[in-house]
Write a protein that binds this ligand. Structure first.
Ligand code: ATP
Ligand code: MG
Ligand code: FE
Length: 342
């Protein structure tokens, strides 16, 4: 089964071709980061307009890369939620237009399902069941994954997502959007002993998270120093280090608890923050010490992309053939929890 996948939930247009026998044949991506950087965050209307301009050229690009035509495609998978309504509508409308014109089915895909299945595209794919830590710009969740389509939410952030906390910390430190990679890089030069921030929810007795307080700790520390002088590069690095230490500590310890509570020895880490080197380092250490396996998507597939959507669409349709029935109408779901789809 050859699937064309389309992702347009936020600020990346991603298109890919995934074949159930041959794997990922092609993928192409356009990131809008440069367009939104002047605003310090994603401007929804600009995002939608840009997706309109990108989606068809990217589709042509992957078809050329894989030397196939739209007629060879068996179904089109597209992200129908959660995300920005206008942005989701562009990819979904395009998928349905192609489907209608060529009489091909359209498979709706949950964006987070794409993220959490993305490590299956790596050279060392995890077997089911596993625990998944989804750490992205909009979500921080621990999920029990028993199979494709069988997702149980174990815990989630009560306020900000981890990626959001990275981005806000970057803003306070004067780094450009999206700040995750920049904060991570700066933290490498920081002194871990200079500032100590709390470990929110570490002893909450559940698998929930909170990152809003950590963001405030960053802001308070920065303001305290700024009362007498502009932040030096070393001070910025020390604050970044304290922030990263705290975030990584809470995320990794709750992963360990989730594994132990569920008697599992496989962890999958997905979403943009899953690209973070300090988090990976800590989880790899814990994995050695506590004898579990940790799986990540390939680095370039951590953030949004079409490959994970094509894959999720293919696996869902393989499991539930009714998804391949034609649908005349479509909808998008800007707010949509993954565990309720199981
Ligand atoms: P969602 O998937 O929840 O809808 P999203 O699609 O915007 O949100 P992703 O594209 O998965 O999120 O990830 C983007 C986030 O990942 C941003 O907040 C970004 O700062 C963060 N990020 C990316 N690379 C790193 C890194 N190396 N370290 C920390 N954070 C990172
Ligand atoms: Mg993004
Ligand atoms: Fe995402």
């Amino acid at each position: 089964m050859l699937i064309l996948g389309i992702e347009s939930s936020c600020d990346e247009t991603g298109v890919a071709l995934y074949d159930s026998q041959r794997g990922l044949l092609a993928h192409a991506l356009h990131s809008q980061i440069d367009m939104h950087v002047a605003y310090g965050g994603v401007v929804p209307e600009l995002a939608s307009r840009d997706h309109i301009q990108r989606v068809l050229p990217l589709t042509t690009e992957v078809l050329t890369q894989a030397s196939v035509t739209l007629n060879d495609v068996d179904a089109i998978a597209c992200t129908t939620g959660p995300g920005l309504a206008g942005a989701l509508l562009v990819g979904t409308a395009c998928a349905h237009a192609i489907g209608f014109a060529l009489n091909k089915p359209v498979i709706p895909v949950h964006h987070l399902e794409g993220h959490l299945l993305s490590p299956l595209l790596s050279a060392n794919p995890p077997a089911f069941p596993f625990i998944a830590l989804l750490v992205s710009g909009g979500h921080t969740q621990l999920m029990r994954v028993d199979d494709v389509g069988q997702y149980t939410l174990l815990g989630e952030t009560l306020d900000d997502a981890a990626g959001e906390a990275f981005d806000k910390t970057a803003k306070v430190l004067g780094l450009s959007y999206p700040g995750g990679p920049a904060v991570s890089q700066l933290a490498e030069q920081g002194d871990p002993e200079r500032f100590k921030f709390g470990r929110p929810m570490l002893h909450s007795g559940d698998l929930d998270f909170s990152f809003a307080g950590l963001k405030t700790a960053v802001l308070t520390q920065a303001k305290k120093l700024q009362a007498t002088h502009p932040l030096t590069e070393q001070e910025k690095a020390d604050i970044a280090r304290a922030f990263v230490e705290s975030a990584v500590d809470v995320l990794s310890k709750k992963c360990l608890t989730a594994l132990k509570d569920n008697h599992m020895n496989r962890l999958v880490v997905a979403g943009g923050v899953g690209a973070n080197s300090q988090l990976r380092e800590r989880l790899n250490e814990l994995a050695q010490k506590h004898k579990f396996h940790v799986h990540y998507p390939e680095l370039h597939l951590c953030t949004d992309n079409g490959a994970m959507i094509a894959l999720a669409g293919c696996l869902s349709a393989t499991r539930d053939k009714s998804l391949l029935n034609q649908h005349d109408s479509f909808t998008v779901k800007p707010r949509w929890s993954l565990h309720s789809t199981s």
